[in-house]
Design a protein around this ligand. Structure first.
Ligand SMILES: C[S@@+](CC[C@H](N)C(=O)[O-])C[C@H]1O[C@@H](n2cnc3c(N)ncnc32)[C@H](O)[C@@H]1O
Length: 316
């Protein structure tokens, strides 16, 4: 089957590599988009970097494959659809034709197939991230789970490693990690509201034995020196959360603590849109160095994921 798969802009090559390794033929066909040919839908379904899945469709084209994809994704009810088209005359015409062609219900608020004539796509709802893995409680600055999956890949986590997210919010990053890896995670956040939602998400995903929470400050972590293998965090950009001035204090304090708590072979991946301030904080601190910068784009933000390792002392 031929699919159109979306991910955050900047993660296309990582996703293509994963899908090809799993047996799919995958080609980057646009920003944040891959065209994928697979025999088994599970190759796409099981990859947490995949945000949404669609197939090519234009008005009048058959829709049997869209229904087959819904079934393959585990949906066994009556398929409902919506037509994403602003012009009411065009929309009503397509709604009538598709209803006649397929017998599906038109249910704009609760659909399995979203028909988008403007992009010639049929989006398959049961293959969206939340339908595949589970829906999380969110806040406005919550990291999209498919983005969390991508930055986790950059962190090169191994099975037994401990993961810390010191600005963990509702816990997306350690939770997405624990869905795919048999390791422990710790979510630290200053905000009691975020920590309460993180606890709820941990319960929803059945992860309370592996993912833990702590209300605390990323600039004064209650953790021993050299005790954390990996840190992955989407830190305040100073736009939706905090301010650029607050980042003048937050970033140097965070970098100092990363240098203290990371193990000798530790690695951190930090997402921020306040790039210059973060890069300056790393350069001034001198305990860590930037080994890779991955430019991302999703939901109207354009942050960079900075991959950091320790600066090794001379002679070691
Ligand atoms: C971009 S959001 C985190 C998004 C998170 N990955 C999620 O999915 O919810 C940044 C978070 O940093 C937290 N924060 C801000 N300053 C902090 C500090 N000094 N220590 C710990 N957390 C902090 C905010 O409360 C917010 O939850």
């Amino acid at each position: 089957m031929h699919l159109i798969v979306t991910c955050a802009v900047g993660l296309e090559d990582l996703l293509r590599g994963d899908l090809q390794q799993a047996g799919a033929r995958a080609v980057v066909s646009g920003e944040g988009e891959l065209t994928v040919t697979v025999d088994e839908i599970d190759v796409v379904r099981s990859n947490p970097m995949v945000d949404r899945v669609a197939m090519s469709w234009s008005p009048g084209a058959p829709l049997e494959d869209a229904e087959k994809l819904c079934r393959a994704a585990g949906f066994d009810g009556d398929v409902a659809f919506r037509v994403h088209e602003k012009d009411p005359t065009v929309r009503d015409g397509i709604v009538r034709a598709v209803g006649y062609q397929t017998g599906w219900r038109n249910e704009p608020g609760d659909w399995q197939v979203n028909l988008v004539p403007g992009t010639n796509r049929a989006e398959i709802g049961p293959l969206a991230w939340a339908a595949r893995f589970g829906a999380m409680e969110r806040l406005p600055a919550t990291t999209p789970p498919s983005v969390a999956a991508g930055v986790l890949r950059l962190a090169k986590l191994q099975p037994a490693m401990a993961l810390l997210d010191p600005c963990g919010g509702v816990g997306t990053i350690p939770i997405v990690d624990a869905i795919g890896r048999d390791g422990r995670g710790l979510i630290v956040d200053l905000s009691p509201e975020s920590i309460a939602l993180a606890r709820k998400n941990i319960r929803t995903f059945g992860l309370k034995d592996r993912v833990f929470t702590e209300e605390g400050d990323a600039t004064y972590l209650d953790l021993a020196d050299a005790s954390v293998d990996r840190v992955v965090s989407d830190v305040p950009f100073g736009k939706r959360i905090g301010s650029n001035q607050e980042n003048d204090t937050l970033y140097p304090g965070l970098v100092r603590e990363l240098g203290r708590v990371l193990t000798q072979d530790g690695r951190a991946v930090i997402i921020t849109d306040d790039k210059r301030r973060f890069a300056d904080a790393v350069a001034r601190d001198r305990s860590l160095k930037v080994v890779k910068e991955t430019a991302l784009r999703y939901n109207g933000v354009t942050p960079t994921a900075f991959s950091l390792t320790r600066v090794r002392a001379r002679g070691r």
